[in-house]
Design a protein. Structure first.
Length: 588
């Protein structure tokens, strides 16, 4: 294989899928795609369904999930005569396509000289799919039909002609039909961008050379991933984590992972995980697999994204658990469940290779959905806000402050755009001071924001990580818990399920206040550089009590500058205090 040709082909395939990402982000009507990048595009093997290339601007959550979706759509298509030119298949059935009903997947075949060459697929989050709660996040849902309309694998287009009756059926069941039509048109049109790029690549190198390059790229990704996995000590690394509740029953839910490393093979075994819940804290097995691979990509980021990178992994995900949802289990909490899968994979790998793995990130997407009718136009609106939060610290550095969810990477919607489009006012959007876990390296701080309603509306919130905080590793401390509060008619109210609330009515002047967790800390806080402790104290990332008790820092001077306190530490006294504390630990 000519290495130059291989490198050019790899770059071209990445460029094709990146360009598809960017075109959809720019063309979509809904802000959850155009503002938060809640979409993905990929090219897949027409026979195996393996990922050939995937765009880098969409969400990692769809990394392997679209691969499993394409595999399942291939089986359905073959049972109905196979793919034909001009076909486009549509599906949002979460037990087939994973995630939740709002994530709609389209699959389009690509033919070269009349022969099926590959499949393009894309995913776009549609703002509303009907159901009991605008936006789809219904914390008290007990079956999938309360969350919206289910679309099994169907031909949306046949021989280039769109099934208008199917589109009418879908739009008749949603709250934002015009927005949906615009997003669907954008998703369909972007396939032309992909086909144009792939046709140019075939014309330049020929079908045989291009297929050989694709096979080589997948093989090299597998080899590279295996080379990293072979460096992990063999063994089984078991870990447990918990969800606070399922939104219906206030009892914790266990997630158990036993990760077995054998040479360059990985086995993810989720036996012992909580049974399927009545509430929406469930995801499909395909999504669970995808999130395991997302976590691996965080640890080994230079392995190219394609099906070869996924080959070393095997999975045991018992049916009937919260990580292998089956009909009719609700799945609206998928945005939070996926974060916990990442957390447990990090925690298991941290036992084996703590020098390479960060502590737990903030671990909740904490989606707040505000909906109602605009007082000026009378039009229905649905505003969706996924949390940013703090990342876990690592051996190399402190955690990222105000990061996007590591599993999905969905960005926070623009404050200016929100206030322009919706009858809402942001009171603040800020770093949540003191929320990162303590350690040799401090966990990143989360975020806090408050939204005041300017007219009657309802808010639903689906989050977690209140009772079970993001843990630290190697002696690092846990992060601050999630915090959800509402000010209703001047009175503060905390939902009974802490971070989950459904269709709470707001009147003009009522405010929703949310504060995301930080990330866990790494290493002993008493080993942290005192200059960094002083820096954190003066930046407001920790408070004086934390500096004095957790980091055992002695304040030599404190003075007011404007509305903040400026501190100077006594380094000699602090070091003496730290030595005393270490002696106390040894004696204890």
């Amino acid at each position: 294989m000519n290495p130059v040709t291989l490198a050019v082909v790899r770059g071209a395939l990445d460029q094709i899928t990146d360009e598809m990402d960017l075109h959809l982000i720019r063309a979509a009507l809904s802000p959850i795609i155009s503002e938060t990048n809640d979409c993905a595009h990929g090219l897949y093997d027409a026979a195996t369904g393996e990922t050939i290339a995937q765009g880098g601007y969409g969400l990692p959550q769809f990394l392997a999930n679209m691969q499993s979706t394409v595999i399942r759509v291939i089986a359905v298509a073959e049972s109905e005569g196979g793919f034909a030119e001009g076909d486009v298949w549509i599906v949002n059935d979460p037990y087939i396509s994973g995630t939740h009903l709002n994530d709609v997947v389209l699959v389009s075949p690509v033919f070269v000289a009349g022969r099926l060459f590959a499949l393009f697929a894309n995913t776009g989050h549609w703002m509303d799919m009907g159901g009991s709660v605008p936006g789809g996040w219904a914390p008290s849902a007990t079956e999938i039909h309360q969350e919206g309309i289910i679309i099994p694998p169907l031909k949306l287009c046949e021989a280039g002609r769109t099934n208008a009756a199917l589109v009418r059926l879908i739009t008749a069941n949603v709250r934002l039909p015009q927005q949906l039509r615009g997003d669907l048109a954008a998703m369909l049109n972007v396939f032309a961008i992909g086909r144009r790029g792939l046709d140019a690549l075939v014309a330049k190198y020929g079908e045989d050379t291009l297929r050989a390059c694709i096979d080589e790229l997948l093989a090299r990704s597998e080899t590279q991933m295996r080379s990293y996995l072979a460096e992990i000590p063999d063994g089984t690394y078991a870990v447990e984590d918990w969800f606070d509740n399922d939104g219906v029953t206030d009892s914790p839910l266990k997630v158990r992972l036993a990760l077995t490393v054998s040479g360059s093979d990985l086995h993810f075994d989720f036996t012992g995980t909580a049974p399927t819940t009545r509430g929406p804290m469930n995801i499909s097995d395909g999504t669970t697999q995808s999130m395991c691979l997302v976590a691996l990509k965080h640890v080994f980021p230079d392995v190219p994204v394609n099906g070869g990178a996924f080959r070393p992994a095997r999975f045991t995900i018992p049916p009937g658990t919260i990580l292998a949802a089956q009909y009719p289990s609700p799945v609206g909490g998928t945005t939070d469940v996926v974060q916990r899968v990442v957390d447990v994979v990090f925690a298991a790998l941290a036992q084996a290779i703590p020098e390479r793995v960060p502590a737990a990130p903030f671990g909740t997407t904490g989606v707040a959905t505000v909906s109602g009718r605009h007082p000026e136009t009378g039009a229905t609106y649905v505003a969706v806000y996924p949390y940013p939060g703090g990342y876990g610290a690592s051996r190399e550095s402190d955690g990222l402050v105000n990061g996007t969810p590591p599993g999905s990477m969905a960005k926070f919607m623009s404050v200016e755009m929100s206030e322009h489009r919706y009858p809402l006012r942001f009171e603040h959007y800020a770093i949540r001071e003191g929320s990162g876990g303590a350690g040799l390296h401090r966990g990143g701080c989360g975020s806090t924001y408050a939204i005041t309603a300017l007219g009657d509306c309802v808010v639903s919130i689906l989050g977690d990580r209140v009772d079970h905080r993001p843990p630290g590793i190697e002696g690092g401390g846990p992060a601050a818990p999630n915090d959800v509060r509402l000010r209703l008619s001047g009175q503060e109210w905390v939902p009974p399920f802490r971070s989950k609330a459904e269709r709470v009515p707001l009147k003009a002047g009522d405010t929703v206040c949310l504060a995301s967790p930080g990330g866990g800390g790494y290493g002993d806080p008493l080993a942290r550089d005192l200059a960094l402790v002083e820096q954190d104290l003066n930046a407001g990332l920790i408070d004086r009590a934390t500096a004095e008790t957790t980091y055992v820092a002695v304040v030599a001077e404190a003075r007011s500058v404007g509305d903040r306190q400026i501190y100077r530490l006594d380094a000699a006294a602090s070091e003496e205090r730290r030595r005393e504390r270490r002696r106390e630990r040894r004696v204890g």
